[in-house]
Design a protein around this ligand. Structure first.
Ligand SMILES: [Fe+2]
Length: 481
């Protein structure tokens, strides 16, 4: 447990001459507020709304430094864009864990990759460990800060004040509530909860007004941890990689993340659940590691097509620990992969090895429907092997597979970017893309705005914060003032 006794802090401090370690430094301010920011370039007048991002940020307390990059408490970033101006604010999600540890002045709860003694998901109320640090979703009149094994936290959209665990009107808690809900164009939110200890997959549907319409549980044999899923007009799609949770490791006090075992001899499984009948259908794919899914859709013949990020080398998953020690040596990550599931039970997967990519995103208006473009961040093949992260924003033409890409450069670590829908026109094609990136040379985070149709031409506007933010995870754009 070198993460609790100062040893990990010392190792990380010794590596601080590497500029990229800035991405994993702890944010020890409870709140940030920039005031109006100087805009470089021209901020589009029709770009109006708030870009939110969540991510682990409190990596250290007292002598403790978390062992894994996904452990830190969630901090919500909010960039308000309107009338040609931008301002930034950030605030930690005031989870039960965060409040107790702030009062104690030290870490007291286990996290994904850091265990406190034998305290684990097997022995602790899961929401006592909830870090609310992976995703964020604006639904109804609230912002939801999302973890994976626990409940959603509700926040005020404007002040980012934490309102508490999200209270749903439903027979049972909507828990676990994954960090990757999918919101269909009519506002209906679909999400799932994966409990690999009990081997139970839960599915939820919530209307645009917050009414819980569906809450179903499925016993799934050998259910591995599942991070993401997809929706189509009639189906829910889950990719189950050949992983399993070694419960005996959890019982022995290993952290959850170190209790997941790669079983490469087994195929990957794809589970398709019919939203009308709740019937289950299975497919098998060659063994691979699967992470995010951008989108899925089905044609009139019932063929389901979707993209996902997959790779053949599970070693990349170990970077989460080494980065927190200030160590990095690149191992090829995920590639964009196209998957087709046919009604006759056959399927096909085609990996585009030309792109090393992650964080796939589509326009909100096409979720679950046929889509033309997929936005992701990618890594240049010649990025130095001792430099982590992605350095490109890439838009892929889904029809022909061609890509247009903007290279930020080796001084940058690029984060997920998202489409910004037009206020009051959710069905209109989004014209702008927004996202953040950490500039390692200036030690500052910048927000960039791109023309969605001309990514390769670079940002039309950029705003530089007066500070650096820890590299975060998932974001969303809420249109309107
Ligand atoms: Fe994710």
């Amino acid at each position: 447990m070198d993460w609790l006794n100062g040893e990990l802090q010392r190792k990380f401090a010794a590596a601080r001459d590497k500029p990229w370690t800035l991405a994993y430094a702890s944010m020890n301010e409870d709140q940030l507020c920039s005031g109006p920011l100087k805009v470089e370039g021209s901020l589009p007048r029709d770009l109006c709304g708030t870009f939110y991002r969540n991510g682990p940020a409190r990596h250290e307390r007292a002598d403790g430094r978390y062992a894994h990059k996904w452990d830190g408490d969630g901090m919500i970033q909010a960039f308000a864009l309107r009338d040609g101006t931008v301002s930034h604010r950030a605030r930690y999600v005031a989870t039960s864990k965060y409040r107790k540890e702030s009062a104690a002045g030290r870490f007291e709860f286990s996290a994904y990759g850091s265990a406190v003694g034998c305290q684990s998901e097997l022995t602790t109320d899961i929401d006592a460990m909830n870090a609310a640090n992976i995703g964020v979703c604006a639904h109804g009149d609230q912002l939801l800060a999302l973890w994976e094994p626990g409940s959603a936290y509700a926040l005020d959209l404007d002040t980012l004040e934490t309102l508490g665990l999200k209270q749903w009107s439903a027979p049972l808690p909507l828990r676990p509530f994954s960090a990757h809900p999918k919101v269909e164009p009519d506002g209906r939110l679909w999400n799932f909860g994966c409990d690999p200890v009990a081997s139970v997959l839960s599915v939820y549907a919530v209307s645009a007004t917050g009414v819980v319409e569906q809450q179903r549980r499925f016993d799934i044999p050998r259910l591995p941890p599942v991070h993401d899923f997809a929706v189509t007009r009639h189906h829910l799609v889950f990719v189950l990689p050949p992983l399993e949770l070694a419960v005996e490791r959890l019982e022995a006090g290993r952290p959850f993340g170190a209790s997941i075992v790669w079983t490469p001899g087994r195929p990957a499984r794809v589970l398709v659940i019919d939203k009308r009948s709740w019937a289950l259908r299975w497919y098998e794919l060659p063994p691979a590691v699967f992470s995010h899914i951008g989108n899925a859709w089905e044609d009139d013949d019932g063929v389901i097509r979707f993209d996902c990020m997959s790779g053949h080398d599970a070693q990349w998953a170990l970077h989460g620990w080494s980065l927190m020690r200030g160590l990095y040596s690149h191992v090829r990550g995920a590639s964009l992969t196209w998957i087709e599931l046919r009604p006759d039970g056959s399927c096909a997967a085609r990996m585009d090895a030309s792109l090393e990519t992650e964080f796939p995103v589509v326009e909100p208006r096409v979720v679950g429907q046929r889509y033309e473009a997929l936005l992701c961040i990618s890594r240049s093949p010649d990025r130095p092997a001792d430099l982590p992260g992605w350095d490109r924003l890439t838009a892929v033409d889904v029809e022909d597979g061609s890509a247009q890409s903007y290279h930020f450069g080796n001084d940058w670590m690029v984060e997920e970017h998202v489409y910004a829908p037009r206020p009051g026109k959710p069905d209109a094609k989004a014209r702008w893309v927004v996202g953040t990136a950490l500039n390692l040379r200036t030690a500052k985070t910048a927000l960039s705005v791109f023309d969605a149709g001309a990514i390769q031409e670079g940002p039309v506007a950029q705003v530089v914060l007066p500070y650096a933010l820890p590299v975060g995870l998932h974001g969303t754009f809420r249109a309107g003032s």
